[in-house]
Design a protein around this ligand. Structure first.
Ligand code: MG
Length: 165
């Protein structure tokens, strides 16, 4: 396969979910023990959503809100890893290879580093890529903003894709 620089694409994703009582906290498909979880129509996995949007950005394929509307009861309580897998399949159907993905979760609490490897494993499996090709990082926001006030969590992701001729 001849490598063509003009066949590379980059995508960016960003997502936010608010905390709510009585919800599970699911990040990268990991059920993380915490006093509250994220509110959403699906399981509100803000990390999986940001990554899915990065993939869709790379193929100029809209966003997950368009693909999986939150008005559709089919996606109520949906496992976001299943949605991410569907997006990864769409990327491949369009002729793209997922080369690399990196991400950042902004959360004041809980501490996420103990769960990083499990998140990477889940996300890699969902996307069908080697675990080496998915990065997950976490940061607090030094108590600033909505993440810092523990009102919610945000996540950003970038994806590097390659279109095979
Ligand atoms: Mg979302």
């Amino acid at each position: 396969m001849e490598f063509k620089m003009q066949n590379m694409r980059i995508g960016q994703g960003y997502d936010v979910h608010a905390f709510a009582e009585g919800r599970k906290l699911i990040l990268g498909g990991v059920d993380i023990p915490h006093t509250k979880g994220l509110l959403g129509h699906s399981d509100a996995d803000v990390l999986a959503h940001a990554i899915a949007d990065a993939l869709l950005g790379g193929i100029r394929g809209g966003d997950i809100g368009k693909l999986f509307p939150d008005t559709d009861p089919a996606y109520a309580g949906a496992d976001s890893l299943v949605l991410l897998a569907a997006v990864a399949n769409k990327v491949r159907e369009e002729g793209y290879v997922i080369l690399d993905v990196d991400s950042v979760i902004a959360a004041q609490a809980p501490k996420l580093s103990p769960h990083r490897e499990a998140m990477r494993q889940n996300l890699a499996k969902a996307m069908g890529i080697p675990v080496e090709n998915i990065g997950v990082k976490a940061t607090t926001t030094e108590h600033l903003g909505f993440e810092g006030r523990e009102e919610g969590i945000s996540a950003t992701a970038v994806a590097l894709l390659y279109k095979e001729d």
